[in-house]
Design a protein around this ligand. Structure first.
Ligand SMILES: [Zn+2]
Length: 358
């Protein structure tokens, strides 16, 4: 039923031979003869999809797709998913970072690893969005929700692996990397984790127009959630706090370890300084940094790392007046309302990055 939006035809992939492949016809074939992919019903398929993985098992995902087609995606989500997950898929809050991402109204945005499409669909109300997602079922779900919400003109879905979809350079105004950078090391085990992450960011930088921005939402390696023992990406608490070789050792010996590449610890997060270092290695620098108090998945409360903003936020969120314990807690929180403290232990970071030479 759905055809691609007309503006998709202005975009191009970069073939291995160095030529550009315009996304103009239904088949994406290079002059060199290589077929990069094709438009398939409601989405573009580039290369081969990655094996299924997601928040729910594959058979449940297929049921969700069937029911979404019959009853509408919102009703299907509410009927089939746990409340927390249902909220995660439906809420507009996951794209609440738009106020710190300066984009013009016609901007072209790449949502990398778009998942169930929560962010891409919300952005498509204001911008033209390419939602790239490696898992076929999830890509189908994004296309379905876009069609049912009347967003197909602004949202094009590309089903292709994040490490292998190669766009021609200089086409996007922004790339959204929310909860993705920490995972890319799992999908390419041919080199070191940090190297995969830096290469991934460098490739994204190449896709951007001059002045283009990359939005990154990610956990602080030693944030207060991690110190409290919230499970890390390995499925085990505290692994991000360990030296990498110890985290690997723990993951090898723990049966809960949830990564499919159950060989080593490959989901690196970093401290604030560590992030700035890998950004610099990718030719990027932070234009702004915020702490997302509710975690990067819900960037509704973004506090810039500036003393005045941190103090204001803390004052507004002190515990209600109470006994001695409350007073002491409030006093401790005010004492900690300092940029260095939040930079070191803040929950999750959101960065807006630009090319370092800009
Ligand atoms: Zn070619």
């Amino acid at each position: 039923m759905a055809h691609h939006p007309r503006w998709l035809e202005t975009l191009a992939l970069r073939c291995r031979c160095g030529n550009d492949i315009q996304l103009s016809s239904d088949g994406y074939i290079c002059g060199c003869g290589r077929k990069a992919g094709a438009w398939d019903g409601a989405k573009a398929v580039i290369g081969s999809p990655i094996p299924y993985w997601g928040e729910i098992p594959q058979d449940q995902m297929r049921r969700l797709l069937d029911e979404s087609e019959r009853n509408g995606w919102r009703a299907a989500v509410q009927a089939n998913l746990e409340p927390v997950l249902s909220e995660y898929v439906t809420t507009p809050d996951r794209a609440a970072f738009q106020e710190i991402l300066p984009l013009s109204s016609g901007a072209l945005v790449l949502d990398v690893g778009a998942g169930m499409g929560g962010i891409a669909a919300e952005l498509a109300r204001n911008y033209r969005v390419v939602a790239q997602e490696g898992v076929a079922e999830r890509a189908d779900f994004i296309a379905l929700r876009a069609a049912q919400d009347g967003l197909s003109e602004n949202l094009a879905v590309i089903n292709g692996d994040v490490n292998s979809v190669e766009f021609a350079p200089g086409q996007f105004d922004a790339a959204i990397v929310s909860g993705v950078l920490e995972w890319v090391g799992l999908f390419d085990t041919s080199k070191g984790v940090k190297e995969v992450q830096v290469d991934f960011l460098r490739r994204l930088r190449g896709f951007l127009k001059p002045g283009g921005l990359i939005y990154v939402g990610i956990e602080n390696r030693i944030g207060w959630a991690q110190l409290r023992g919230v499970p890390d990406h390995s499925g085990i608490p505290y692994t991000s706090l360990l030296p990498r070789f110890l985290a690997t050792w723990v993951c090898r010996r723990n049966r809960n370890y949830r990564s499919s590449q159950n060989v080593t610890y490959r989901t690196y997060t970093y401290t604030h300084g560590g992030f700035l270092k890998i950004f610099a290695q990718a030719g990027l620098r932070a234009r702004s940094t915020h702490i997302s108090v509710r975690g990067y998945d819900y960037p509704t409360e973004l506090v810039p790392l500036v003393e005045e903003a941190i103090v204001t936020y803390t004052l507004e969120h002190l515990n209600r007046p109470g006994g001695l314990k409350t007073r002491l807690l409030n006093r401790a929180r005010l004492a900690a309302a300092k940029p260095w403290f939040w930079r070191t232990f803040g929950a999750d970071f959101v960065f807006v990055l630009e090319a370092a030479g800009a």
